[in-house]
Design a protein around this ligand. Structure first.
Ligand SMILES: Cc1cc2nc3c(=O)[nH]c(=O)nc-3n(C[C@H](O)[C@H](O)[C@H](O)COP(=O)(O)OP(=O)(O)OC[C@H]3O[C@@H](n4cnc5c(N)ncnc54)[C@H](O)[C@@H]3O)c2cc1C
Length: 413
């Protein structure tokens, strides 16, 4: 997204642009995959009402059909789903005692009024929740959510990230949270940006990664692509930082600095079924489970578009997990078995198709003191700029990568 936006903006300003994408398709983490109907994203995606940069850009390139839907949120524990779609539904949430519910309510209100969450960057989310909401609320409510998002790294995540995350996810106030989706899928946005870059005279190379950066006397001169030197006044990299750190043409200090940002992987298993699993869009699995969340896409977008009921079984397993060593089939089997354990009424014969999406560089682990480590766009090499999800703190998002793309384009003017 960051690379696409930068290339689009620069080509629109009349600059000669070459966009290079290592895989065969554009979109990065927002890439789509086929279904029996409309394509869907390889990883579940929606945008938020407070994403003006994305919404304005979509409008600018002629995309007006963003559908806004009130999201439904459930918590699964011990075979039951608890509806937590609005703050009022917490009143009936039986997992917490009455004093715990009051503490949870107070802490949610407190989060709204914290003036500068970045001041809490040296504290872990765990410490902050324990101090402010107590052990019961932490163990029964927040800890399982943190684990589903960060697995073994959950205890390292900062209070700043946690507070901002809660703020983003509670924009609906007393109503259901409103989430946006492009009618037909986000691939429409990616395809349109690609078309605009080409129409503005830009070139796009897919299926080839940058082999080398050409740097002379501290100045970026271009890249080597497919064994050929390509001269450029400016080079922008939106490559994930661990991959960028492997380029030996960059200085040892710079590579060391960017290697200090820790990434986590994501495993998302998409299943097409002939029946619904639940009535919810999003279900957090509170119990110990391989699956962190179940995102039932066809409870968000109409099933007519896809012909099958579509679910994402989402998780962010630690790199030490055996899951990373399995084949796609092996991964699918483990997750589908787990889905059937959680929802025994789902049978093998309900399954129509499945796909596994996996990325080892899917997100940043927002550890304590991340604020001090945030990487800017400038690098020690003149004419070389970097950007992407790692610029945004405290959250990675489409919005932050759009902002990064716009800022990168300004630097190359
Ligand atoms: C499971 C999941 C769910 C998400 N859900 C949401 C959501 O609902 N809402 C939201 O706002 N955000 C969501 N996000 C976050 C969002 O997808 C990302 O923040 C955003 O897409 C990142 O864009 P980017 O350009 O910064 O990075 P990337 O998408 O990682 O792009 C990097 C690109 O660089 C390419 N590349 C790598 N190496 C090379 C090389 N050597 N040469 C050339 N190209 C190379 C890659 O192939 C890729 O295309 C989600 C992410 C995940 C993983």
């Amino acid at each position: 997204m960051a690379g696409l936006v930068a290339a689009y903006r620069l080509s629109k300003r009349g600059k000669k642009v070459l966009l290079v994408e290592k895989t065969n398709e554009l979109g990065g983490l927002l890439m789509s995959t086929k279904t029996r109907g409309d394509p869907i994203e390889k990883y579940y995606h929606h945008v938020f009402v407070n994403n003006p940069s994305f919404i304005n850009l979509a409008e600018e390139i002629g995309i007006e059909n963003i559908i806004w839907t009130g999201s439904t949120l459930g918590f699964y524990t011990k075979g039951k789903i608890h509806d937590l779609s609005t703050p009022f539904s917490f009143i009936g949430f039986k997992i917490l005692t009455v004093p715990e519910k009051i503490r949870l309510g107070l802490v949610m209100a407190k989060i709204k009024f914290i003036r500068n969450p970045k001041k809490l960057d040296d504290m872990t989310a765990k410490e902050w929740i324990l101090n402010n909401a107590g052990k019961g609320v932490y163990e029964k409510f927040f800890s399982p959510m943190l684990k589903s998002k960060y697995d073994k790294n959950a205890d390292k995540v900062s209070a700043t990230w946690f507070i901002e995350r809660i703020r983003i996810r509670t924009t609906g106030g007393f109503k259901k949270e409103s989430l946006g989706y492009i009618d037909g899928g986000f691939h429409i946005f990616i395809d349109k940006i690609e078309q605009e870059i080409l129409e503005n005279g830009g070139d796009i190379v897919k299926g080839k990664g940058i082999n080398k950066f050409i740097i002379r006397n501290g100045v970026m001169k271009g890249v080597v692509l497919d064994g050929k030197e390509i001269n450029a006044n400016n080079v922008i990299s939106t490559i994930p930082l661990p991959t960028l750190a492997e380029y030996k043409d960059l200085s040892v200090e710079f590579r060391k600095k960017i290697s200090d940002i820790n990434y986590q992987g994501a495993l998302c298993i998409i299943v097409g079924l002939d029946r619904k699993v639940t009535d919810f869009y999003w279900i957090n699995i509170i119990d110990e489970s391989l699956i962190g969340a179940i995102i039932e896409h066809t409870n968000f977008q109409s099933i007519e578009k896809y012909k099958d009921h579509i679910l994402y079984l989402a998780s962010y397993p630690d790199f030490r997990s055996h899951l990373w060593k399995l084949s796609d089939k092996g991964i699918f089997e483990e997750y589908f078995k787990e889905l059937r354990r959680l929802f025994p009424y789902i049978k093998r014969q309900n399954l129509k198709w499945w796909k596994v999406s996996k990325s080892k560089k899917a997100g940043i682990i927002y550890e304590t003191n991340y604020q001090k480590k945030v990487i800017g766009h400038e690098t020690p090499v003149k004419g070389f700029y970097i950007g992407g999800m790692f610029n945004g703190y405290p959250e990675r998002s489409i919005e932050n990568s759009v902002i990064a793309g716009e800022e990168l384009a300004k630097l190359c003017d």
